[in-house]
Design a binder for this molecule. Structure first.
Ligand code: E4P
Length: 217
């Protein structure tokens, strides 16, 4: 199971990388804007900075919504660094672009996926990753984890190699549930990843071990 961090914040990316558990990064235009990264050149430079921190895949999203624009943008993004994965939206031109990039050995992440049918199309187009947004489904009283299970079943039925990248993760339990279902990748905020560390019995146990050690010294 791969762990990606879902942020454009360089400090948080470094912290996750230093933990030794990070396999990659996902970003989107909203996450870039949140860090105050605006304007094409600044955004491209920021992707390069992210690639310099991590070893794994870094998803960089196209802004174009037409096929030709996506190809131009995607090729520019992928030329920045071999770690770049071109993120395309789950629309008709996005699927066509995913097929083009797949045929040209450029990795893709089909984003904004909310149904099994959309995930099936992404796999047929040869996408490297498909990103179902589980938190946004939960937000509208729809079963986000249920969608991950459906996609897992469909991909396993046919041996699709597209990796299920569970996105829009809101909390630590989402990560654990995704691992039980068999998502290939989760992308989560640092807080949700660090939540996996926590258990009060660990803290109490450690405190007692240290107290007992001091008694004998
Ligand atoms: C995934 O690639 C997206 O960047 C992200 O997971 C969206 O999450 P949100 O619903 O918290 O914005």
């Amino acid at each position: 199971m791969k762990f990606f961090i879902d942020t454009a914040n360089l400090d948080q990316i470094k912290e996750a990388q230093d933990l030794g558990i990070l396999d990659g990064v996902t970003t989107n235009p909203s996450l870039m804007a949140k860090e105050g990264i605006t304007g094409k050149q600044n955004i491209l430079d920021h992707y390069k900075n992210i690639c310099n921190i991590v070893d794994g895949d870094v998803s960089a999203e196209v802004i174009s919504t037409d096929y030709k624009g996506m190809l131009k943008e995607g090729e520019e993004l992928s030329s920045l660094n071999k770690q770049i994965v071109v993120k395309v939206p789950m629309i008709k031109d996005g699927i066509k672009a995913a097929r083009y990039f797949s045929d040209n050995n450029i990795k893709t992440n089909v984003t904004l996926v909310f149904s099994a049918g959309q995930a099936l199309l992404a796999a047929k187009a040869g996408a490297t990753y498909v990103s179902p947004f589980i938190g946004r489904l939960d937000d509208i009283s729809t079963d986000g984890l249920g969608l991950i299970s459906e996609i897992r079943e469909i991909y396993d039925n046919y041996g699709f190699s597209t990796e299920i990248l569970a996105a829009s993760i809101r909390h630590t339990m989402h990560i654990i549930d995704c691992s039980k279902i068999g998502a290939d990748v989760i992308t989560a905020p640092l807080k949700s990843i660090l939540g996996l560390l926590k258990h009060p019995l660990t803290d109490i146990g450690l405190e007692n071990f240290l107290k007992d050690y001091k008694k004998g010294n």
